[in-house]
Design a binder for this molecule. Structure first.
Ligand code: ZN
Ligand code: ZN
Length: 426
């Protein structure tokens, strides 16, 4: 069924943060052709009654890692796992993401052009995928996966520069090497370039507060990105590293747990996006130990978790644009949608929904095409019994409260049998 009209629904308008009754949504092929009260398609077009339920845009997660398959430390890298097995795991993850209502995701290191094209061509079932290829790290930075007793020369080959998840990063030092690494990832088909500018939780040799990459190196990354009509996203925890990255042109700040007023104000001035990933620390705290997370990394996790939702409050006060991100590794991925609940402790539901729709579309540079139910947009939509503006738990429950999931006009979950069974791809 490639043409139909949804009727008898309440349409969630993320921009206004309210529901609009009496609207109809006309879909042809993979796009929405009209939305309004007075939409009247010709008699041959099928009408689908949504029973006064809430229709909203599909969700967008701007920080995931489909190539992170195993949380268990020793079995977690391409040194321990064939790439074929990692890719099989990635395929399962992609499908699971879609079944939780995410119709677009940005992979923040690990996934490459092949994953994106496999989804586009229908070989893999999953959300629209934006990839960063391998992230760029300095020697001894968050993406340098060597242990502290390893003297091997860092290289860009997959088995050495693997980060915590297998093939997610590469090492570059100095302006020339950094330029080459960025050019190479762009050549390989990255949609955006990920860099590490502070220490991280899951790595051995770099405390959280380490400042990584010089201003010159960051500027070189950004310049190469701009030359290729793309942008840089930066893993950064501390206020100083956020400030330095933003000052030098990075477009989105990932994690940002120690964001302060000064850095937040600069983000507003520069129009930088903020992608918090708070569920990662809560899930690691609750379930990491049983999954083999090492003690020293656990202590780092405690530190970034302790500041909790403070960064959200700082960002909100300053008016920083916030997108939705989760950053779960391995099996912890199941907790993805709990990010909605965590944010609701300090943010209004409407703001969180905007983050996971409109702002996400801005981050991946597809404004008007995704994150909205509007004429010309992709028909990416989810259907709920309850209004998430009132009760965010319907989005936090990991897809269980979503009755229908549609991407590009095709239903991938259809609990209400709105479509003929053969038209549903699940
Ligand atoms: Zn990170
Ligand atoms: Zn990440």
């Amino acid at each position: 069924m490639n043409e139909f009209v949804f009727e008898n629904l309440r349409l969630l308008d993320p921009e206004a943060g309210r529901l609009v009754a009496g609207m109809k949504v006309w879909v042809r092929g993979d796009r929405i052709v009209a939305v309004g009260h007075d939409v009247e398609p010709p008699p041959g077009v099928a009408r689908v009654d949504l029973g006064d339920r809430v229709l909203m845009p599909g969700l967008i997660d701007c920080h995931i890692h489909i190539m992170s398959i195993k949380t268990k430390w020793a079995n977690n890298t391409l040194m321990h796992m064939p790439a074929s097995l990692a890719n099989a795991g990635a395929a399962v993850k992609l499908k699971t993401l879609l079944m939780r209502g995410y119709t677009t995701v940005r992979d923040a290191a690990g996934a490459d052009r092949g994953h994106r094209e496999a989804v586009e061509s229908g070989q893999l079932l999953g959300p629209r995928l934006f990839v960063s290829g391998r992230a760029v790290s300095q020697t001894g930075g968050h993406g340098d996966a060597r242990t502290m007793v390893d003297h091997a020369f860092p290289c860009a080959c997959q088995h050495l520069a693997v980060g915590t998840t297998g093939g997610i990063s590469r090492i570059a030092d100095g302006v020339d090497q950094v330029r080459r690494a960025v050019r190479d990832e762009i050549r390989l088909g990255a949609d955006a370039i990920k860099i590490f500018v502070s220490g991280g939780v899951g790595s051995d040799a770099d405390p959280i507060h380490f400042m990584q990459f010089s201003p010159e190196e960051i500027r070189a990354v950004v310049e190469e990105c701009e030359n290729a009509d793309t942008y840089a996203l930066a893993h950064a925890y501390t206020a100083d590293t956020i400030y330095r990255a933003v000052e030098n042109g990075v477009r989105s700040i990932e994690h940002g747990n120690f964001l302060d007023d000064r850095a937040a104000e600069l983000m507003v001035e520069k129009g930088t996006y903020f992608v918090p990933t708070l569920v990662a620390y809560e899930a690691t705290m609750k379930f990491g130990r049983e999954q083999g997370y090492p003690e020293r990394n656990f202590l780092k996790n405690e530190r970034v978790l302790a500041v909790g939702t403070k960064s959200l409050e700082v960002a909100r006060k300053a008016g920083v644009k916030m997108a939705f991100g989760t950053d779960l590794i391995g099996e912890l991925d199941d907790h993805q949608s709990e990010e909605f609940e965590i944010r609701s402790r300090v943010l209004p539901n409407a703001d969180i929904i905007r983050s996971a729709t409109l702002v996400g579309a801005e981050v991946v540079r597809r404004v008007g095409e995704i994150g909205v139910i509007a004429k010309g947009a992709y028909a990416d939509m989810i259907l709920l019994d309850k209004d998430p503006l009132e009760d965010i738990s319907v989005l936090a429950s990991g897809g269980k409260d979503i009755r229908m999931i549609m991407k590009g006009g095709i239903a991938h979950k259809d609990e209400l049998s709105l479509f003929p069974a053969e038209a549903v791809m699940a």
